[in-house]
Design a protein around this ligand. Structure first.
Ligand SMILES: C[S@@+](CC[C@H](N)C(=O)[O-])C[C@H]1O[C@@H](n2cnc3c(N)ncnc32)[C@H](O)[C@@H]1O
Length: 333
């Protein structure tokens, strides 16, 4: 299935695109959101896009004609990188400030739909799950090297899997008995998880495949997704111009929880109060007008995978620069 952008209209509205502005789409994918942002730009506008997946970058090779780049007068730069390098890459590009940033988190439909990427428990492929197969450990390598306790913690913390211990023990037992032949494919791992859960009387999980939680958790570990979100959002926030929008689309509750907490921490939502006066201790938070948008009927018709999507967005306050300067002086930024 081709990738259809999720919550497109709401994300574009939130960004309030100015035709000469500079925008970052940190998750290019197949360019659905990027194209809509680019279309709203005029001469002098600039779109920068990132993706860590080499296939997403290769896909973009034919885009200049499709997007009528020379005619539009706006510029488009696509970079093969990940969120953690956001500041460094913007420095290299000579971009000091952004007028808006979009993160459409998680995996793309093409990643899920290609068996050989190893993300899917429905399509049998090598047990890989790396968004960038050129870096880090594959899912299988990680499962082989991690201890039972580490696997259990990942399944519990990133998948809310109640049977995390039993699944982790079964995975390690499989490596102990079969060695290098064990768990070569996504299908073998899914079957093992199904067997463990059925033995323990788990029949169905909110209508989802029984392997969903474990696959999500292992994928998040392999791609260091929560660290990437935390670091990427922080670096993006530091680059936003006053009144610029930060928009983030997430696809499951664990991703959304960290986005929600990030917005709360930077908008006074988790502010410490003075125990005597009850006043919030710090007034100039870098983000304001935090909002949430859930998919409507049109969004679901456009893309059924939008079912669990949540868009959160907020705007940089004019006090953000003062806050940053103060924290830099205090050495905690
Ligand atoms: C949900 S898709 C984005 C789809 C895109 N908005 C579109 O309309 O086509 C998420 C994309 O973000 C990329 N991605 C995820 N985490 C990333 C990270 N930390 N750094 C860079 N790219 C990342 C994935 O490789 C994937 O292509």
């Amino acid at each position: 299935m081709a990738h259809r952008p999720v919550l497109l209209g709401a994300a574009i509205d939130a960004l309030r695109i100015q035709d000469q502005g500079t925008y970052l789409d940190a998750t290019f994918g197949r360019g659905g959101h990027a194209r809509a942002i680019f279309s709203a730009l005029g001469a002098g506008g600039r779109l920068i896009a990132f993706d860590r997946d080499p296939q997403a970058i290769a896909f973009a090779a034919g885009l200049p004609q499709a997007w009528q780049l020379p005619e539009r007068g706006a510029t488009f730069t696509l970079v093969h990188t990940r969120f953690a390098a956001l500041s460094a890459v913007l420095d290299q590009l000579g971009v000091a400030q952004l007028d808006g940033v979009l993160f459409d988190l998680g995996v793309s439909s093409p990643q899920l739909d290609q068996a050989e990427r190893g993300f899917s428990f429905r399509l049998d492929g090598p047990l890989d799950m790396r968004m960038n197969p050129q870096e880090g450990l594959s899912a299988r390598q990680w499962l082989r090297e991690a201890s039972s306790g580490e696997i259990e913690a990942v399944l519990r913390d990133f998948g809310d899997e109640r049977q995390a211990r039993a699944i982790a023990q079964a995975i390690k037992a499989r490596f102990d008995t079969e060695g290098e032949a064990a768990l070569q494919t996504t299908g073998e791992l899914a079957t093992l998880i199904h067997q463990v859960l059925r033995r323990r009387g788990v029949r169905r999980d909110d209508g989802k495949d029984l392997a969903t939680r474990s696959f999500q958790a292992i994928r998040m570990q392999v791609n260091q997704e929560l660290e990437e979100i935390e670091v990427g959002l922080k670096q993006a926030l530091d680059r936003l111009a006053s009144k610029a929008c930060m928009a983030v689309i997430s696809f499951h509750s664990i991703e959304d929880r960290s986005v929600k907490q990030f917005f709360a921490r930077h908008s006074g939502g988790m502010a410490e109060r003075d125990p005597v006066t009850g006043a919030v201790r710090q007034a100039d938070w870098p983000l304001e007008s935090v909002q949430r948008h859930l998919p409507d009927a049109q969004d679901l018709q456009d893309n059924p995978r939008a079912r669990s999507a949540v868009l959160r967005f907020a705007y940089k306050t004019s006090g953000g620069a003062a806050l940053k300067a103060r924290r830099e002086r205090q050495g905690d930024f």
